[in-house]
Design a protein around this ligand. Structure first.
Ligand code: FAD
Ligand code: PYC
Length: 415
């Protein structure tokens, strides 16, 4: 595959852009692969990529029931940060954030990583205490964050109102190298790199059953026939419970809709990301000028990829107090994704009761930021059959042993 470069653009400009090749191939499935990955979202594609890059395993199929990146990976608000409280979380999210720094060069694909800074507002005394504690923990974990006062918040984000009547801004947890990236480009960049390594990305192909013999997976039934494998990896976010049920076990996970919306494009007015977790709203400005806005999850389990009016009303109403300018914006479009939420708000990267099946899910409302770190850790688990240091604490057994990794505050989104 040809590299993207300034010379390639110049060459193609000279020949009316007739020479660009497809970014990834669309092959028919083979009978069998070393590894079958279910789910071509960011996590599935990143796992495939690091299986190839770090372990030389390229006889891999990534099976997707819709189109690649069409799940939560293409529906999120793209916030990247690693300001988590517990050591295992800080380690994997910071690994991911670090990989985002060099992802465009690594994949030869511009993922538009923009480390513009992320702040989580403290609007109650409890949040001040919580975020100061996180900043202290982050200092020990090697994650660069700091607690800043209200005046500094206003300096960094002039459109904010810090003296709101109900919840004035009292300070914020600030991560200067947090930010955003272009979500589709992350999926597309990984897909192109995987295809380039000879892996098969099979879209419009739904897995409907997991076939087994003597306690081991032999393959999957799909809408394109049976596909055999030596190892199976499930990375299907909100559908994790369904995949587990197909294989004969349950997961401690719930699926709920999380939705977001964008406004009409306006002139640049905000060059940081702000999360206001007390009132349940977060906002950033996209490169196109739209204000990207989100709120909490639906309060009931469901599998809809839709938004709902009452949620939009709630989110916008919440934000208006802190960002009065939102009241004058026209909203352009809304959408939803199905997020997979665990009881401790931390992911599962784990072996399963079936010896050669592995699961990665439960990233809930916060798994865009972790895509490269999760893929790195999952590839290690699939390749070696045992978790490496990044995944070790995220096994399924923690729920049986009461070894929870409580990140309900750092998750930052109301559940
Ligand atoms: P997905 O991208 O959903 O990929 C899973 C894929 O599996 C899907 O494409 C699906 O079609 C496929 N699949 C499912 N079942 C089958 C089957 N039976 N056969 C074949 N294929 C199947 N995270 C952040 O870090 N920052 C944010 O700002 C943020 N904002 C969010 C805002 C919203 C509105 C939403 C919905 C989520 C947000 N998230 C955020 C969370 C983040 O989007 C997800 O955690 C992450 O994208 C999950 O990636 P994934 O690859 O696991 O899942
Ligand atoms: O995890 O940072 C996050 C997030 C913000 C919005 C949704 N998730």
């Amino acid at each position: 595959m040809k590299r993207y470069s300034v010379f390639a653009i110049a060459r193609e400009a000279m020949r009316y852009h007739q020479g660009w090749e497809k970014a990834w191939a669309s092959p028919a499935p083979k009978k069998k692969y070393d590894v079958v990955i279910v789910g071509a979202g960011g996590h599935g594609l990143a796992t495939a990529y690091y299986l190839g890059k770090n372990f030389g395993i390229t006889n891999v199929a990534i099976i997707e029931k819709g189109w690649l990146g069409g799940g939560n990976t293409g529906r999120n608000t793209t916030i990247i940060r690693s300001n988590y409280l517990q050591d295992p979380s800080a380690a994997i999210y910071e690994k991911a954030r670090g990989l985002y720094e060099t992802m465009s060069q690594d994949l030869n694909y511009n993922v538009m990583f923009s480390p513009r800074g992320v702040m989580m507002l403290a609007q109650t005394e409890a949040e001040i205490r919580g975020y100061k504690r996180t900043a202290q923990a982050n200092a020990y974990q090697g994650v660069k964050t700091e607690f800043i006062g209200a005046e500094r918040v206003k300096e960094l984000c002039p459109i904010i109102r810090i003296d709101g009547p109900r919840y004035p801004v009292l300070g914020a947890l600030w991560q200067e190298r947090g930010g955003t990236a272009r979500h589709d480009a992350v999926a597309w960049g990984y897909a192109r790199a995987c295809s380039n390594m000879g892996m098969d990305i099979i879209q419009q192909c739904e897995v409907t059953a997991v076939t087994q013999e003597n306690g081991k997976v032999t393959g999957v039934e799909t809408s394109k026939g049976h596909i055999g494998c030596n190892k199976l990896a499930s990375l299907v976010a909100g559908n994790s419970g369904h995949l587990a049920n197909m294989a004969g076990f349950n997961l401690p996970m719930e699926s709920v809709a999380l939705q977001a919306l964008v406004s009409e494009p306006i002139k640049p007015c905000m060059d940081v990301v702000v999360m206001a977790n007390t009132v349940h709203g977060y906002m950033s400005q996209s490169d196109k000028g739209e204000m990207v806005i989100g709120g909490g999850t639906d309060a009931f389990n469901n599998f809809t990829q839709r938004g709902s009016f009452h949620h939009i009303e709630e989110t916008v109403r919440a934000l208006i107090e802190t960002f009065p300018m939102v009241s004058r914006l026209k909203m352009l479009r809304q959408w939803g994704g199905i997020v997979d939420v665990t009881g401790d708000r931390s992911p599962i990267i784990s072996k399963t009761p079936l010896g050669n099946m592995f699961i990665n899910g439960g990233w809930g409302t916060g798994g865009f930021k972790s895509i490269p770190g999760s893929g790195w850790a999952m590839a290690e688990l699939v390749a070696n059959g045992e978790p490496g240091p990044l995944a070790a604490e995220f096994g399924l057994d923690r729920f049986r042993q009461g070894r929870f990794i409580d990140e309900s505050v750092a998750a930052g989104v109301a559940h």
